[in-house]
Design a protein around this ligand. Structure first.
Ligand code: DGY
Length: 303
């Protein structure tokens, strides 16, 4: 922020919690540039109320919170923060996968509860991860980083990606398949697609029925990629072993079923939440804003 303060005046002070709609509209009324997070919905009305806006630097790699077509039509550059959060988000994906399979949170609760009576042969039995099959839906930067980590667990990787990818950039042992084949063939399915009209409820009741009853779904992408009610039903009915979730359909609210199912590990959208990564994301926002306001191409332009 020092970099910004030195050169520009701030129409709205930086704040940790999301601004109200009124504060957002007021803050952008005379702004030339805006840094926003995924909790700010920058729709057509917001853009209309910001006639001088030239650049929106989204403090996230996903930018589904911004009406990009309208922004483009108004000549507003939109940027995001790719690359710097790839490995951090992949780490958290594995934290969720392992925590879900090995019942880490249930174990933590038992160990602290004061009711633990000691080691038992059948206590909190989980599922092996080593050697199981990992399915990746969306083989972009984060999907690949998650897949690379699977090598250490000796896991075959199946993946689905809408576009056929340049195989020279991928591990030759990773196998591209249809969405259906990844769902039926995997023990763990991890989602790494952006939220778009096409990926809204990409994993619904029909897709969950294709998954093995012993399989786990991991979502660190966007909540709305999964039909949460269908997911809750699948776990409740024993058609899916469990899920590890970092994102939700109605953040910060969780579907009530998710709060009670012990087979589901829930995190509060922590994918990129390390100090180092969050600082780098901020630096990228500043660099993109400076570029646009100084008439240079924005390094991370999405539209
Ligand atoms: C993103 O970047 O899209 C994450 O969800 C937040 O860091």
């Amino acid at each position: 922020m020092v970099l910004i303060r030195e050169r520009f005046s701030l129409t709205a002070p930086p704040q940790v919690s999301p601004p109200s709609r009124a504060a957002l509209l007021k803050g952008l009324r005379e702004a030339h540039a805006a840094v926003c997070t995924l909790t700010e919905v920058i729709d057509g009305n917001v853009l209309k109320a910001a006639p001088d806006l030239r650049v929106i630097a989204n403090y996230a790699v996903g930018y589904n919170n911004i009406a990009v077509k309208e922004a483009k039509a108004r000549g507003i550059v939109v940027t995001n923060t790719p690359d710097v959060l790839t490995e951090t988000t992949a780490d958290l994906t594995w934290a969720l996968l392992l925590a879900t399979a090995r019942r880490v949170l249930e174990g933590d609760r038992l160990a602290r509860s004061g009711t633990w009576t000691g080691w038992e042969p059948t206590q909190l039995l989980g599922t092996d991860v080593y050697g199981k099959t990992l399915g990746i839906i969306g083989m972009g930067r984060i999907g690949r980083a998650v897949a690379r980590r699977a090598m250490g667990f000796n896991m075959p990787v199946l993946y689905h990606n809408r576009r056929t990818l340049d195989h020279s950039t991928l591990n030759a042992q990773w196998r591209q398949m249809s969405l259906q084949d990844v769902l039926t063939g995997s023990d763990f399915v991890s989602l790494h697609v952006p939220l778009t009209v096409e990926t809204h409820h990409l994993i619904g009741a029909a897709e969950l029925r294709l998954m093995r009853p012993t399989a786990y779904l991991i979502n660190t992408a966007r909540g709305t990629v999964v039909d949460e009610a269908a997911l809750v039903a699948a776990v409740q009915e024993g058609r899916l072993a469990g899920a590890g979730l970092d994102v939700y359909e109605e953040e910060p609210a969780l579907h009530p079923g998710l709060r009670t199912l012990p087979q589901v590990v829930t995190l509060p959208h922590l994918g990129s939440a390390t100090l180092h990564t969050r600082i780098q994301m901020g630096m990228i926002c500043v660099q993109n804003i400076l570029a646009v306001l100084e008439g240079r191409p924005a390094p991370n332009r999405v539209v």
